[in-house]
Design a protein around this ligand. Structure first.
Ligand code: URP
Ligand code: ZN
Ligand code: ZN
Length: 456
C-alpha cells in the first residue's frame, strides 16, 4: 500500500503507551501503524523522536469580549496560529453570551468567524450568563449543533449563574449529552475580599490574590459538585489551582459523581510572589484563580501523576498591556484585564515541569494534553489518539532545551509571562489532518483551513 505520508521509526506514544514504528497517512487520516510500512508521497524520518497525537486545548479564549468589555488580543486566526506552533492541532474556544443576548445568535456569530479564521480544527463551548427565556428553549437546538460543553461562572456580577438557574442549565446540558464547565470560585468570598480591600484603599495586585483566595476556590468547587450532583450532570471544573480542590473532586468521583478537573501550566510553574510587585509589573500574572505557592505546585504535580487531574489546558486569555493597565501605574486590581496567554507554550511548559523534571511518563503527558481533553469534548478517538482511522494530527517532539522569547512566539499579546525562561521540549514538526503545517520555524498556515469538530 502506498500512503500520502509516512513518518518512520518514531517512538510512537499515546495515552495507551509507547512503541517504536511508522505511521502511514492516507486521505488525512491515520491509515496504518506498524513497522516497515510501504512507500509514500512524502516520507519523514523521526528516528529517536517521540511522535504523539496533536495537542487538544479544551480551554482557550479567542475573539471573545470579556464582561468588562475587553476584546481578547487574539482572534481565531492569531490564536489558532499560535497554538499550532506549540503542537496543538485542535482548540476549543467559547461563544460567549452576554446578558440580554440570544445564545443562538452568539453561537452563530462565533461559528461564522471561526470558519473564516481558524487555521487548525476546533470545537466550540458556549458561555451562558442569562438562563432566562429564550435561552432554555434555544439550548437544545444550539447544543445539537455539536457544542463541546456549556460553561457557567459562579462569580463575577455580570457573568454568574446561580441557584435554580444553574441546576436547570445543568439538567438541560445533561439531557443534550454535554458537560457543564464551571468557573468555580465562591462569589460571596471573592466579593467580600474585594470590597474590603477597595474600602481600605489597597488597590494593588496583592488584593486580587487576597479576594480570589484559596478558600474561594474550595467553596466554589464544593458548590459546583453539589449542583452537578443534584442535576445529574457531567461536570468539567476549569482551571483548578489548589490540591485541596482536587481532593474534593476525587472524593466526589469516589461516590459516583461524573466530574473531571482541569489545571493549567501557570499553576504548575509561576508563583504568587509576582503579586507583591507594583501593578505595572504584576499585571501580566493576574488571572482567576490567581497563581499560588510552592505547596500547591508540588501537590498538583503529584495529583497529575496520580491521575486525579484529567486535563491540562492553557486557559489562553490574551490581553495586551494596555488592556491589563488601562490607567497605567494607577490601575486598580479591579480594573486590570484578567488572564494569561499560554496556548503556544502549553505543551512545552507541562513537559518541562512534569516530564523532563517531574513524575510524568510521556504517555501521561499525552493523556493530559490530548486524549483526555478530546474525550471531555466528545472528540476522542478522532482527536487525541494514534488509532487507525483517527485524524492525522501528529507532533514530532523535539526534546532539546530552549529559551522563551515573546518575539519568537506567534500570538498577538506583546509579551509573555514566561520571558527568558529555559524550557525543555517543543513541537519540532506539526501535522494537521495530513498537512505538515509547522516544520521548525517554518509554517504553512492560513485562516480558514481548520474545520469544526462537533461533539460526537
Ligand atoms: O483569568 C482568567 N482565567 N480569565 C479568563 C476567563 C476565565 O475565567 O476563564
Ligand atoms: Zn474561568
Ligand atoms: Zn478561561
Amino acid at each position: 500500500m502506498s500512503f500520502d505520508l509516512v513518518i518512520r521509526n518514531g517512538r510512537l506514544v499515546d495515552a495507551a503507551g509507547e512503541s517504536t514504528g511508522d505511521i502511514g497517512v492516507s486521505e488525512r487520516r491515520i491509515a496504518a501503524v506498524g513497522t516497515e510500512l510501504g512507500t509514500a508521497a512524502r516520507e519523514i524520518d523521526a528516528a529517536g523522536a517521540y511522535v504523539m497525537p496533536g495537542g487538544v486545548d479544551s480551554h482557550v479564549h479567542l475573539g471573545q469580549l470579556s464582561s468588562k468589555g475587553d476584546m481578547t488580543a487574539d482572534d481565531f486566526w492569531t490564536g489558532s496560529r499560535s497554538a499550532a506552533f506549540g503542537g496543538t492541532t485542535t482548540v476549543v474556544p467559547f461563544a460567549a453570551q452576554h446578558r440580554g443576548t440570544s445564545i443562538r445568535a452568539v453561537v452563530d456569530d462565533a461559528m461564522e468567524r471561526a470558519a473564516a479564521e481558524m487555521t487548525i480544527d476546533y470545537g466550540m463551548h458556549l458561555i451562558v450568563t442569562d438562563w432566562r427565556d429564550p435561552a432554555p428553549t434555544e439550548f437544545a437546538t444550539v447544543a445539537a449543533a455539536g457544542l463541546a460543553a456549556a460553561k457557567i461562572y459562579l462569580t463575577y456580577d455580570r457573568l454568574k449563574v446561580a441557584g435554580n438557574q444553574a441546576i436547570e442549565l445543568m439538567q438541560a446540558a445533561g439531557a443534550a449529552g454535554l458537560a457543564v464547565m464551571v468557573h468555580a470560585e465562591d462569589d460571596a468570598i471573592v466579593g467580600w475580599g474585594r470590597d474590603a480591600r477597595v474600602a481600605a484603599g489597597r488597590l494593588g495586585a496583592d488584593s486580587h490574590a487576597h479576594s480570589h483566595s484559596r478558600g474561594a476556590e474550595w467553596s466554589g468547587v464544593a458548590q459546583a459538585i453539589a449542583l452537578a450532583e443534584a442535576a445529574g450532570a457531567s461536570l468539567y471544573l476549569a482551571h483548578i489551582s489548589t490540591p485541596q480542590a482536587i481532593d474534593l473532586v476525587r472524593a466526589a468521583r469516589e461516590r459516583g459523581v461524573d466530574v473531571v478537573a482541569e489545571t493549567c501550566p501557570h499553576y504548575l510553574i509561576l508563583d504568587e510572589a509576582a503579586y507583591g510587585d507594583p501593578i505595572e509589573t504584576a499585571a501580566p500574572y493576574m488571572c482567576s484563580p490567581p497563581l499560588r505557592g510552592p505547596a500547591e505546585r508540588t501537590g498538583l504535580l503529584a495529583q497529575l501523576a496520580a491521575g486525579d487531574i484529567a486535563v491540562v489546558a492553557s486557559d489562553h486569555s490574551p490581553y495586551t498591556m494596555d488592556q491589563k493597565l488601562p490607567h497605567g501605574p494607577a490601575t486598580a486590581f479591579t480594573e486590570a484585564a484578567n488572564g494569561l496567554p499560554g496556548a503556544e507554550l502549553r505543551l512545552a511548559l507541562l513537559y518541562t515541569a512534569a516530564v523532563a523534571a517531574g513524575p510524568l511518563a510521556m504517555s501521561d503527558f499525552v493523556r493530559l494534553v490530548a486524549a483526555n481533553p478530546a474525550q471531555v469534548c466528545g472528540m476522542y478517538p478522532r482527536k487525541g489518539s494514534l488509532q487507525v482511522g483517527a485524524d492525522a494530527d501528529l507532533v514530532i517532539w523535539d526534546e532539546s532545551a530552549w529559551t522563551v522569547r515573546w518575539t519568537d512566539l506567534h500570538d498577538n499579546v506583546g509579551y509573555t509571562p514566561y520571558e527568558g525562561m529555559q524550557l525543555r521540549g517543543r513541537a519540532g514538526m506539526v501535522v494537521a489532518r495530513g498537512d505538515v503545517i509547522v516544520d521548525g520555524a517554518a509554517a504553512t498556515l492560513r485562516p480558514g483551513r481548520g474545520a469544526f469538530v462537533p461533539r460526537d
